[in-house]
Design a binder for this molecule. Structure first.
Ligand SMILES: [Mn+2]
Length: 304
């Protein structure tokens, strides 16, 4: 895997990569920054989240589990470092993400990507769909990201969900926490399996039942939160949920078959006191503990 080891301390609570076991979740940084609308600097996100992880505990009091303890039963978190996009165009960089994700899935690991711009989610989901053809994606985001073009680009941080819909169908796409988009994007969002403009991050019983036995990729654009609690992001959108509500939503997925996840769009350059990076680090810790179970294969992979 073409990864650079972390240049700073690895994610706190992660364990050394051990191919013989010990790790179930594999964290990698995707410092992807090719299309920018607001403030630049999301490429620095992965390093900031790693640094912030040094200041939170590896122990989750809510789940009564310590990340360091997970190695003994083969469900720990390994930090693979960052993908290197030097000299690559956007499509080539996305191919790197897809390949890294596929390699993790191939060893029945759970990929945990730290962005970087949200466009990277499209690449990770491509790998997930190749392996789990009935997979769905839950994207938590203030923005619909369903534009056909952004600044003349078909592929950008504001269009990736439309490309995902083009490639895999909109009926595998669930958007939660959204409160921004053009009229055309809101119209397109009606094709999605579910989308909620409500502040409360919640699934209806019907949607929950539909997801219950389906592989799920969970994408968290940190800007889904109210900027009061997560200001360190490039396109802040007022009127979002609190971090407490986001954690409650995360715990509501406890019984779900989450086969991969990401936390995207942290922008340390505009993050006063590092609170957004700290939040992202805590999300990674809680999700790693929550989704450490072995992913359940369902439908055969494409081409299988
Ligand atoms: Mn967003």
């Amino acid at each position: 895997m073409p990864l650079r080891p972390p240049t700073s301390d690895p994610f706190w609570g992660s364990i050394p990569l051990d191919l013989d076991g010990g790790a179930r979740l594999f964290l990698f940084g995707a410092p992807l920054e090719y299309t920018v609308s607001g403030a630049p600097g999301t490429a620095a996100g992965p390093a900031a989240v790693r640094a912030a992880s040094q200041n939170i505990e590896s122990y989750s009091p809510i789940q009564d589990v310590d990340l360091f303890d997970l190695k003994s039963n083969g469900s720990g978190l390994a930090d693979l470092g960052d993908l290197d996009f030097a000299g690559l165009d956007l499509e080539a960089a996305l191919a790197e993400i897809e390949q890294a994700t596929e390699q993790i899935l191939a060893r029945r690991g759970v990929p945990v990507m730290i962005g970087g711009e949200h466009t990277g989610t499209l690449a990770a989901f491509r790998a997930v769909k190749q392996r789990y053809r009935d997979a769905a994606i839950i994207s938590l985001d203030a923005h619909l990201d369903l534009a056909d073009e952004l600044d003349g680009r078909r592929l950008a941080h504001g269009t990736w969900a439309a490309r995902l819909g083009d490639e895999w169908g909109y009926d595998c796409l669930i958007l939660l926490g959204v409160r921004s988009g053009t009229r055309a994007e809101w119209q397109r969002s009606l094709e999605c399996a579910w989308r909620s403009p409500e502040l409360a991050l919640a699934l209806t019983d019907d949607v929950y039942a539909w997801l219950r036995n389906r592989p799920i990729y969970l994408s968290i654009d940190i800007d889904v939160l109210d900027p009061a609690g997560a200001p360190g992001t490039g396109v802040p959108e007022p009127g979002g949920p609190t971090s407490r509500e986001l954690f409650d939503f995360l715990y509501s997925l406890r019984q779900m078959n989450v086969v991969g996840l990401d936390v995207m769009e942290v922008l340390p350059g505009v993050d006063p006191a590092g609170i957004t990076a700290a939040l992202a680090a805590k999300l990674v810790r809680e999700a790693a503990i929550l989704f450490r179970h072995l992913p359940t294969p369902t439908a055969p992979a494409l081409g299988a």
